[in-house]
Ligand binder design. Structure first.
Ligand SMILES: [Cu+2]
Length: 119
């Protein structure tokens, strides 16, 4: 039993991996403000903070990709969170509610390979 525990403890740091990349997206009428426009590929924690007066959401899709990540409708002064493993590439962000995207609630995020980011 002691040997098993020792193996588990040694294995933990690599199993945990690097800390996730973090991005905060602030929603306003009608724009997104990103805490950064570039994050490292891999696990990402994306937070949507609604500082506006209307409900907003967040959609995220890699250019050329088919999967759309989402944070659902978020009320004023509320927040939502999404954890996703992102591949390198250009990601488009937009609000899917009403005509918000056309009115300016869209943005672009660059997800870069770890080695590029370490430069
Ligand atoms: Cu919106």
């Amino acid at each position: 039993m002691r040997a098993v525990l020792a193996v588990l403890l040694v294995a933990l740091p690599s199993a945990t991996g690097p800390a996730p990349a973090r991005l905060q997206v602030t929603a306003l009428e009608f724009e997104y403000r990103l805490s950064r426009t570039r994050i490292v590929a891999g696990l990402a924690v994306i937070e949507l903070v609604n500082l506006g007066e209307d409900e907003h959401d967040l959609r995220l899709r890699r250019v050329g990709g088919t999967r759309t990540y989402a944070i659902g409708g978020t009320l004023p002064e509320d927040r939502g969170e999404l954890r996703a493993r992102l591949l390198p590439g250009r990601f488009r962000l937009w609000c899917s509610l009403a005509d918000h995207a056309e009115r300016g609630m869209r943005a672009e995020l660059r997800v870069v390979p770890r080695r590029t980011a370490a430069r």
